[in-house]
Design a protein around this ligand. Structure first.
Ligand SMILES: [Ca+2]
Length: 140
């Protein structure tokens, strides 16, 4: 098990938000923050205003809002592609809370065993929320 691989994080979809007005999720690899919901916005399964979106498309840099796809603010192209990884890494979806400690919504291990599986969908269902993370693992 000495191969290296490339992880591409493709999409994050909110199927059920934890909070009525939407969540403040963020993604970690190990303890490194990969992505965090833009300031002042929330993820919600049924966006009702311009501050809410249901899907992040990390490949195209857009989010699904109430009026359809919109540009992801402060998007950095290529930021969600991680080449030359080896061994096992853990992706964690967290949900930030202002008054209490942040919630872990779910975790998934990434390794070279995921190569060649195409788009991998993992459902995170923790603390009353339900999210779908889509990624792929390719040879480095
Ligand atoms: Ca929250």
């Amino acid at each position: 098990m000495t191969g290296t691989y490339t992880l591409r994080i493709l999409r994050l979809q909110c199927m059920q938000s934890q909070e009525l007005d939407g969540d403040e999720p963020y993604l970690l690899m190990g303890d490194q923050v990969l992505w965090t919901v833009p300031e002042g916005t929330h993820m919600h399964h049924h966006p009702g205003n311009d501050n809410q979106f249901s899907i992040v498309d990390f490949a195209a840099g857009r989010v699904m809002e109430v009026n359809g796809w919109q540009e992801h603010q402060d998007f950095v192209r290529g930021h969600f592609v991680f080449a030359g990884l080896s061994g096992q890494h853990t992706i964690t979806l967290m949900e930030a809370d202002r008054l209490t400690s942040d919630d872990v919504l779910g975790r998934t291990p990434i390794s070279e065993r995921d190569m060649g599986r195409g788009e991998i969908q993992v459902e995170f269902a923790g603390d009353g929320a339900r999210y779908l993370l889509v990624y792929r693992v390719d040879p480095a």
